[in-house]
Structures are given as structure tokens and as C-alpha cells.
Ligand binder design. Structure first.
Ligand code: TYD
Ligand code: MG
Length: 460
């Protein structure tokens, strides 16, 4: 059958990769408008490895778990503690990792630094760039420090040539920067289109798995334009990491979205400097730097990012409404949650917020979604409304329910210890969590049962 080449066209959604035989204005999967693009797929050229002939000799006998050997050598360190944590302990040999992020956020810089660390440990690495010439990469590398000859650079976009070179050189690790620039001659669609991106990833995956080579793929996330979102590949790779942050701010967060080798709620925090990305080993301190003193509407809270407690400052600004409808805005936290918490304050505390504009902001540009920050938001809003500063050495956390009750949150002791470590004297926690926390002589714990109890603290 493989000899019969027949090409047909399929419409692909450039956002989520949904296939359709005919054009549609709106993608039925992701509901994006105007994303369906016609692409030619030539049947037969694709997936020769999945035909019976291609698989001959590769068949394996099923084995019980007890007979499968574990090999601790299968993980190598990336040389960056933050990166290792997000990857689940290190780079797994033969795995495929997608690093996505906005253009200019620092993906190439991050991976070039990882390449440097890995080659310093005498592992061979091939860095394939379809975006920059070898000279440009060298200019970037000069800023990052010295590299050994174990790192080879290749400026190429043709996948056939790339796979040939990989088979010849057999590096331990390959970086492909970026997947949207690569093309496979067997697919007639343009580089960056869904079928190209998908097919290219498929070929790289076969190389990775059959030769035990670790492959890092860089992908740009752009909502609009002709570039296929890396979302199409998420299910094909082992690990998906997103590199995010404000391009104007210095800090960057590497977040695991999918990980076959570890947990996905770990984050790595980096800071972009003159000479590349530096690890931020103490993110709480980083997030709290520049905190205003004795300003109303500012409260420090503690959220968990994976296994790590992170202190963040919540800022609220409540002012009288100038127009009929009050304006509310939430930066770095859920808008609807802020509205809900303000309704709780209105009803349970009797605070007349319905005639006030309110702006809530997580300082530092971090995004937090954990309910444990509820109490912090409530106290910040109340503090700004009453114009009473909250003592700067207080940390408050707890989930707030609709009846105004403050509910227990997990990992109390870790959060309290983090607050203690950064020199906070008082920690406000849910009353119900008081028994599950270990005594810490350095901090005073205050248990609150409801938002009304917490208001006592705001009053001072
Ligand atoms: P880059 O890694 O090229 O981003 P991406 O591959 O995600 O598109 O880096 C983007 C920005 O980082 C660029 O605007 C310059 C900045 N940068 C520094 O500030 N310091 C450095 O040492 C390097 C290499 C880059
Ligand atoms: Mg780049």
C-alpha cells in the first residue's frame, strides 16, 4: 500500500490541531475563529515506521514489572537546580521535552546554558538552530561563558539532513530551536503549519526513542499568525515546560505543564541578567523586594508552588467609583475569585464595597491560583477600604468560604517556616489548622475562624 501515493487536503486548526475535511469558520474543538487552514497531506510518505514491514524485528515480549530493570544512570543533571526540579530530578535519557514560550522570553538562552552545563560534564550535545546562524549563536554564547568542544552547532532547517547528522554523530542530547522553522520534504505544507510541526516532531521522536537521545524542542506560543501552537505537540512529547514571565520584568518562571517523569506543579524561577539567566534560589525574597512600608492595602501571603512555599505580596486599591458601575480588576489572580471575596466582605462583614472600584494585584507579576491566598486578598481589600496599613511583619493565608469562614489549607508548617525564615513575626492561619502546625518559637500564630476575626487584625 505504501507505494500508492495519493495526496489529499485536510483543514487543520492552527491553534489546537483539530482536523476537518472541510473549511469551518470556527474550530469545533477550541472554538477559535478563522484558524482552519488547508494543508496537503501525502498519504504513504508518512509513518513508514508504523507499517508492519517497518516494525519487523522490533517486536518485544511483554514483561512483568518485577523483571524491568531500573537504571538510576538514566537521569543526568542539567546543571541548574531550578531546571532539574521542574524536570522531575534531572534530564531523563531518551526523553523528549518541549519548551514553549513567547518569542523573546529567553528559551534559546536557557537551552544554550543547559547545553553548556551538560557539555561541561562531558556529554555530547548537538544544537540545531533554524532561527539563527552559527555566528549569531556564538555571539550569544560569548555572553554566557566558555563552552567545550562537546557542543556542536548546526544551522539547518531540513529535517532529513538533521536526522542524518544525528545518526552519524550520535550525540547524547539534541536541541531543536525552534520546531516551527523545521521542515520535512515529505510534507508539502509550509514550515510552522500543523502537519509540518506534527510530522517533524514524529520523526524526532522516533530518533529519540530508538537511539536513546534526549531531544529538547523549542516552540513559540503565538495565538495569532501562521505559526502552529505547540499545543499540537503536547500529547506527543514526554514533558512540556512553559517559560513565562513579563518580558519587561527580569524574572522568568519555568513551569511544568506535563511530565511523565515527575510532578507538574513545580516551578523554576530565573532572572534574566546581562550574562544570561541566573537561578533565583530564594524566590520569596525576590518577590517581596521593594515592598512598600506602612501602606494600606498590602498584605503578604504564602502560596505553595509544588513543594515550595512562596511568599508573595498582595496589593489592593479600593477607591470610590466615579461612574455608575464599579470597576474591578485582578492582576495575577482570578478575577471572579476577587469578586466573590468582595461579596463575602460586603455580606459577612458589612463593608460597603458596592460603590467602590477595586484593583487587586500580585506584586512581582506572578500568577497565583491557590485558594490559600483568599485570606490575603480579603485582608488587603479591607485594609485599603479602611485605609489602615497592616503591620508589615504579618503573613496571612487561608481559604475563605461563602459564609465568611476561614478554612484549612495544606502544608501549614512549611508555610509558617518560610515566613519565619524571611523574618516575619506573626502568621495568621485558619483556626482549624492550629493543631496541625508544629510549635515554632520564633513566630506568633494567630488562628482565625472567620473573616470577621481577621478584620480584628486589620483594625490593629
Ligand atoms: P532569547 O533566548 O533569544 O529568547 P527566545 O529564544 O525565547 O526567543 O532571549 C531573548 C532576550 O533575552 C533578548 O531580548 C535579550 C535577552 N538577553 C539578556 O538580557 N541577556 C543575555 O545574556 C542574553 C543571551 C539574552
Ligand atoms: Mg530563540
Amino acid at each position: 500500500m505504501a507505494s500508492v501515493k495519493k495526496s489529499k487536503t485536510i483543514f487543520y486548526c492552527q491553534n489546537c490541531g483539530h482536523e476537518s475535511p472541510k473549511w469551518l469558520g470556527q474550530c469545533p474543538m477550541c472554538h477559535e475563529w478563522n484558524t482552519m487552514v488547508e494543508e496537503t497531506v501525502s498519504k504513504g510518505a508518512v509513518s513508514s515506521a508504523s507499517t508492519a514491514a517497518g516494525r519487523k524485528g522490533l517486536r518485544q515480549a511483554p514483561k512483568p514489572l518485577s523483571q524491568i530493570e531500573e537504571d538510576p544512570e538514566d537521569k543526568i543533571t542539567s546543571g541548574s537546580r531550578e531546571m532539574d526540579r521542574v524536570l522531575g530530578g534531572g534530564i531523563v535519557k531518551g526523553s523528549m521535552v518541549l519548551v514553549g514560550g513567547d518569542p523573546g522570553i529567553g528559551k534559546s538562552t536557557l537551552l544554550l546554558q543547559i547545553c553548556r552545563n551538560v557539555t561541561n560534564e562531558h556529554h555530547s550535545v548537538l544544537y540545531v538552530s533554524g532561527e539563527e546562524s552559527a555566528k549569531q549563536i556564538k555571539m550569544r554564547a560569548n555572553r554566557l561563558g566558555s563552552f567545550t568542544d562537546d557542543l556542536k552547532l548546526l544551522s539547518e532547517t531540513n529535517l532529513d539532513d538533521i536526522s542524518e547528522i544525528i545518526s552519524e554523530q550520535k550525540p547524547e542530547m539534541v536541541v531543536v530551536d525552534s520546531i516551527q522553522t523545521m521542515f520535512n520534504e515529505n510534507v508539502s505544507a509550509a514550515p510552522g503549519s500543523v502537519s509540518q510541526v506534527r510530522e517533524t516532531t514524529g520523526v524526532l521522536m522516533r530518533i529519540a526513542k530508538s537511539m536513546g537521545i534526549t531531544v529538547f524542542i523549542i516552540g513559540h506560543v503565538t495565538k495569532e499568525g501562521a505559526v502552529a501552537g505547540p499545543r499540537v505537540l503536547e500529547h506527543m512529547v514526554d514533558t512540556v515546560l512553559y517559560f513565562e514571565g513579563d518580558t519587561h520584568g527580569a524574572y522568568r518562571v519555568l513551569r511544568g505543564v506535563k511530565n511523565r517523569f515527575g510532578s507538574t506543579d513545580e516551578i523554576g524561577v530565573f532572572e534574566m541578567n546581562e550574562d544570561g539567566l541566573a537561578e533565583v534560589t530564594n524566590p520569596s525574597e525576590f518577590m517581596l523586594s521593594g515592598r512598600p512600608e506602612n501602606a494600606s492595602g498590602s498584605v503578604v501571603t504564602c502560596c505553595m508552588e509544588g513543594t515550595r512555599p512562596l511568599l508573595v505580596e498582595i496589593q489592593a486599591l479600593v477607591t470610590d467609583t466615579a461612574f455608575g458601575i464599579p470597576r474591578r480588576q485582578a492582576n495575577g489572580t482570578d478575577y471572579n475569585r476577587v469578586n466573590l471575596l468582595m461579596a463575602v466582605l460586603e455580606k459577612r462583614v458589612g463593608m460597603h464595597l458596592s460603590q467602590s472600584d477595586a484593583y487587586v494585584n500580585i506584586a512581582g507579576g506572578l500568577k497565583v491560583s491557590e485558594p490559600a491566598v483568599d485570606l490575603g486578598i480579603v485582608m488587603a481589600v479591607a485594609s485599603s477600604f479602611r485605609n489602615r496599613p497592616i503591620s508589615p511583619d504579618i503573613v496571612a493565608f487561608g481559604e475563605v468560604g461563602l459564609s465568611g469562614e476561614v478554612r484549612a489549607v495544606s502544608q501549614i508548617s512549611q508555610r509558617v517556616n518560610e515566613a519565619h525564615r524571611l523574618g516575619f513575626k506573626t502568621v495568621i492561619i485558619p483556626e482549624t489548622s492550629m493543631k496541625s502546625v508544629r510549635e515554632n518559637p520564633g513566630v506568633k500564630l494567630i488562628g482565625v475562624r472567620s473573616v470577621n476575626d481577621a478584620m480584628e487584625v486589620v483594625r490593629g
